[in-house]
Design a protein around this ligand. Structure first.
Ligand SMILES: [Zn+2]
Length: 394
């Protein structure tokens, strides 16, 4: 494989794997091999091919999986697969034709992309987000220009409110040969059952670690030790691993956060509650800005909630590592500067408190997704975090 660099396109989604600044990323040049570029996911590929190349399966696809599962990269493949114009369909996506290129740069004239954030941004004065979404759906129903069909991509579909989902349902109830809808969701359970029942689900999940390591070395061009570490941190989630590979700031933040959480094990209630504000502030900068100038949309509460979710993600992963170390399997915990400290602290805390903490953090995470107050949520975590007597020699 050959590589070149180009200014990295800002991935279209939000989340820790999106960066604010364009970055240089290795990409495959025009003489690229045909095929999917996202990682693994054989079952998902099979369904996509059946639906888009052979015209089987439904006209509405639901790409879902946890944050960091690589949904953006997979959707990019899906679009290229759909718009590829190579005569040999077994080579789709060929990654050389105009259709493939335009699909991957999201510049294809028959691609329409929307999301709850986008509809909020596109409201005209006095218009509600529901009205903006309806208007968008009406426009999306237009005829294709170049290709046989339009691809209507709705990102973060699970974040749409019920009224918008009802409007979407009406559109999906009138399928045409000239439109394929692709809904993307972290949590499909937040979609109306009537929407879900009309979708062909495509689930993305963790990929085998060895495959992820190879991908990080071949495509992101990381040395093996770094690729190993990132694959382990990301727990097989290719989107997360690639985000860490492309944005070192994230890795620094993660290490800083984990060290702080470890040191709080030996600190009292006042220190812990005092740390919450700093943790949120330190993380807010990493919550990606929306592609808009309109600052009022990015309310402090929503950004803080996203920040708190990022903190809890890392906290859960740290707790899992401690649990593994406490259970006598330190070789499964991440390597690096934390490793020695992890083992000692884990032994002092013990398996049961860590297991209870993990359950607690999962509840806190769920609460934040349901709009719990971010500061209170993290404070609850701090009070549940096991407390060790401070070591005098430290
Ligand atoms: Zn092509």
């Amino acid at each position: 494989m050959k590589y070149a660099t180009r200014p990295g396109r800002v991935p279209a989604r939000r989340g820790p794997w999106r960066t604010r600044e364009p970055i240089l990323v290795p990409v495959i040049t025009v003489d690229a091999e045909a095929g999917f570029r996202s990682l693994g996911q054989p079952a998902a590929r099979r369904i996509a091919r059946q639906a888009l190349v052979h015209g089987r399966a439904g006209r509405t696809l639901l790409v879902h999986g946890p944050p960091g599962a690589g949904k953006d990269a997979f959707v990019e493949d899906l679009l290229a697969l759909s718009f590829c114009s190579d005569a040999d369909t077994s080579r789709h996506p060929c990654n050389q034709c105009r259709g493939c290129r335009d699909a991957r740069s999201r510049a294809h004239p028959d691609l329409v992309v929307g999301s709850p954030d986008g509809w909020r941004d596109q409201r005209s004065t006095g218009e509600s987000i529901v009205a903006a979404a309806r208007r968008w759906l009406l426009e999306a129903a237009g005829a294709p220009v170049v290709a046989d069909r339009r691809m209507v991509l709705i990102e973060r579909a699970d974040r749409a409110n019920e009224q918008i989902q009802n409007a979407l349902l009406k559109t999906l109830e009138e399928p045409t040969d000239r439109h394929v809808f692709v809904l993307v969701a972290d949590e499909p359970s937040r979609l109306l059952p009537t929407i879900r029942s009309r979708c062909q689900p495509i689930r993305l999940g963790a990929v085998p670690r060895a495959e992820l390591v190879t991908h990080l070395m071949d495509v992101e061009r990381l040395p093996q030790d770094q690729a190993d570490t990132l694959a382990r941190i990301a727990a097989g989630m290719s989107g997360t691993a690639v985000a860490y590979a492309r944005n070192r700031e994230l890795l620094t933040w993660r290490n800083r956060l984990q060290s702080e959480l470890l040191s709080l094990l030996e600190r009292g209630r006042a220190d812990r509650l005092g740390a919450v504000r700093d943790l949120i502030d330190d993380t807010v900068a990493l919550v990606p800005a929306r592609a808009t100038e309109d600052e009022e949309i990015r309310t402090p509460a929503s950004v803080q909630r996203e920040a708190a979710l990022l903190v809890v993600d890392v906290w859960m992963s740290l707790t899992r590592d401690l649990l593994v170390a406490a259970a006598g399997r330190p070789e499964l915990a991440p390597s690096g500067e934390l490793a020695a400290e992890l083992g000692t602290l884990a032994a002092r805390v013990g398996v049961h408190p860590l297991r209870a903490m993990l359950g607690r953090l999962e509840k806190i995470h769920a609460g934040l997704r349901e709009n719990a107050a971010p500061k209170l949520a993290l404070e609850a975590g701090m009070l549940a975090w096991p407390m060790l007597p401070a070591r005098p020699e430290r």
